[in-house]
Design a protein around this ligand. Structure first.
Ligand code: ADP
Length: 159
């Protein structure tokens, strides 16, 4: 069984993330979406909310598993016998850091990182930009799936 993981913070999941997960799900038998927990960074959504949103938005793919992990990505991979990390590359600016991480992870455990070039429609898109634009009342309906749009509205209205 060929397994891969798409890791990230997904605070919240965007159409850019979902495009990569969908494409990975066509290449691998099982795709794990790992919401990596960073205790020093409080997000807009807590980890359970992020997982629920990703699960709702990936329900159409029957080979996608969503879970959280607190620790090193290579340990997550080792525990689940996952040999490949799949990441989207948005622009050259992503490349420097992603290359370092890929080399570090490979050196730590032999896990490989595969890069999928982002759909150009989403090459400028990040969760932090979505939150910033939404917080100021900008329209992000073309950048996030419906359930995330509703959740963003609910969260930002309460502030
Ligand atoms: P970031 O890396 O921007 O802080 P995440 O940790 O949530 O955001 O993203 C996890 C991974 O998802 C990124 O490392 C990248 O591989 C992929 N990704 C994020 N945004 C996009 C996008 N717009 N298009 C394609 N892939 C993306």
């Amino acid at each position: 069984m060929r397994r891969a993981v798409c890791p990230g913070s997904f605070d919240p999941v965007t159409l850019g993330h979902l495009d990569i997960v969908a494409r990975a799900s066509r290449l691998y038998d099982v795709v794990h979406v790992a919401v990596m927990v960073n205790t020093s960074k409080r997000g807009l959504f807590d980890v359970d909310e992020r997982i629920a949103l990703i699960e709702e938005c990936t329900a159409e793919y029957d080979n996608v598993i969503v879970e959280s992990f607190h620790g090193l990505l290579v340990d997550y991979c080792k525990q689940r016998e996952i040999p490949a990390i799949v990441k989207g590359l948005r622009a050259v600016s992503d490349f420097d850091y992603e290359l370092q991480m890929a080399q570090m992870n490979n050196g730590l455990s032999g896990v490989e990182t595969l890069f999928i070039p982002t759909n150009p429609v989403y090459s400028f898109l990040s969760s932090s930009l979505v939150k910033e634009v939404a917080a100021w009342g900008g329209d992000v309906s073309h950048l996030v799936p419906g359930p995330v749009l509703d959740a963003l509205r609910g969260r930002l209205d309460r502030r």
